[in-house]
Write a protein of this length. Structure first.
Length: 385
């Protein structure tokens, strides 16, 4: 009760219209990216408080009165989080909660109070790679100009890069804390996202990483290596090679495979599983295999339409890949990478190794394969002795 009273008093004191923001973070349970942000907003003449709850890559918004939000935060802070940061015009406050429930409160008065509160509902989107800050590889790849402004024709690509970095930012807690983190990017292509990933993790986050990009186009690999040398990215290299035949690594912490065509994705996923990669990020492309195999009398009335069959087969391919990864001990999410209006190839499979291998998915999938009369490549690859 004493602990709750301490938290209640500090929240009641600082959750006012002079609060700039409150952030509750460091969840007691290591979920994928759980945190809460709070800020004041105006609704007519009334001051409310908008809570944004981040769960994985999803964000849920809800507006509260002061009384409601204090009650909401009391519950969240005492049961879910170990750290709360409150920033107001006049004070900065930190609340630390140990796993045993001990509370430490640090309150510091600001030297200046010349700040204004933004009460608007829709603030300008904040990106991990900030617009207006010149970044060498973004300039050379034609996304930024020399002043750091994003070129209008490349704004969708800029948003895509930042969206991808958000997925990576969420899984950082799952990666090892000591030693170098080895990342392999299969089918890296022009490497917009590979360079962004290195810059974000190494330059911005200061992590000890090495990244290898692999692609079949030798001219693209040559150009990427030149750019890596230009930026002095000493632990970023690019190799010419095929996913299925790549054997140069014994241990990889994270595997990235973006737009690898058809079964090339399966070979990349197989290698990731065999390496015991802690994290897998995959955006599959051109899922033709099951479209050629699938045959089911029960579904015949809908499979007779070529376009429908193609889409069902593509979605089934990625759902099956996710289930196979689940069976190998991964916690898997299928997420929207970018808006459908930009490309239909917008599914990202994010897998984090959480547990030991399970046979449940194998039994369920065997029944499904029989029903659809299919034999997916990833299943065959991982069934080999």
């Amino acid at each position: 009760m004493e602990n709750i009273n301490k938290i209640d008093a500090i929240l009641d004191k600082h959750i006012t219209q002079e609060m700039i923001q409150l952030i509750a973070s460091k969840p007691l349970k290591k979920d994928l990216g759980l945190k809460i942000k709070l800020r004041p907003i105006k609704q007519g003449k009334e001051i409310l408080f908008q809570a944004s709850s981040f769960i994985g890559v999803q964000v849920f918004h809800k507006n509260y009165t002061k009384k409601e939000v204090v009650s909401f935060l009391e519950e969240a802070i005492t049961h879910q989080f170990q750290q709360v940061e409150i920033q107001t015009i006049s004070h900065n406050v930190t609340i630390l909660i140990s796993k045993k429930g001990k509370i430490t409160i640090k309150e510091k008065k600001n030297q200046t109070t010349e700040k204004e509160i933004d009460f608007s509902h829709n603030r300008k989107k904040s990106y991990l790679l900030e617009e207006g800050t010149p970044i060498g590889f973004l300039i050379d790849l034609g996304i930024q100009d020399s002043d750091g402004k994003i070129l209008k024709s490349k704004y969708d690509k800029y948003r895509q890069i930042n969206r991808f970095l958000e997925f990576i930012d969420d899984i950082i807690p799952a990666l090892k804390k000591e030693g170098r983190i080895h990342i392999l990017d299969f089918g890296c292509g022009k490497s917009y996202l590979t360079f962004a990933m290195y810059h974000f993790l190494k330059v911005i986050k200061g992590m000890d990483i090495s990244i290898t990009g692999l692609d079949l186009k030798s001219d693209v690999i040559h150009n990427c290596n030149l750019l890596s040398q230009k930026y002095q990215y000493e632990n970023l290299k690019f190799l010419h090679g095929d996913i299925a035949e790549y054997t140069q690594e014994d241990q990889i912490d994270m595997v990235v495979t973006l737009h690898a065509c058809d079964t090339a994705t399966d070979f990349a996923l197989q290698k990731a599983v065999l390496w015991g990669a802690k994290v897998i990020l995959s955006v599959p492309c051109c899922q033709h295999e099951l479209n050629q195999q699938i045959s089911c009398e029960v579904l015949k009335p809908i499979l007779k339409y070529g376009l429908i069959k193609e889409r069902i087969a593509a979605l089934a391919t990625d759902a099956i890949r996710a289930e196979i990864l689940e069976g190998h001990g991964y916690e898997v999410q299928i997420l929207e990478f970018i808006d459908m209006e930009h490309t239909p190839k917008n599914i990202l499979i994010r897998a984090v190794k959480r547990r030991e291998k399970s046979e449940r998915q194998k039994e369920e999938l065997t029944e499904l394969f029989s029903f659809l009369q299919i034999d997916p490549t990833l299943n065959k690859l991982l069934s080999r002795k």
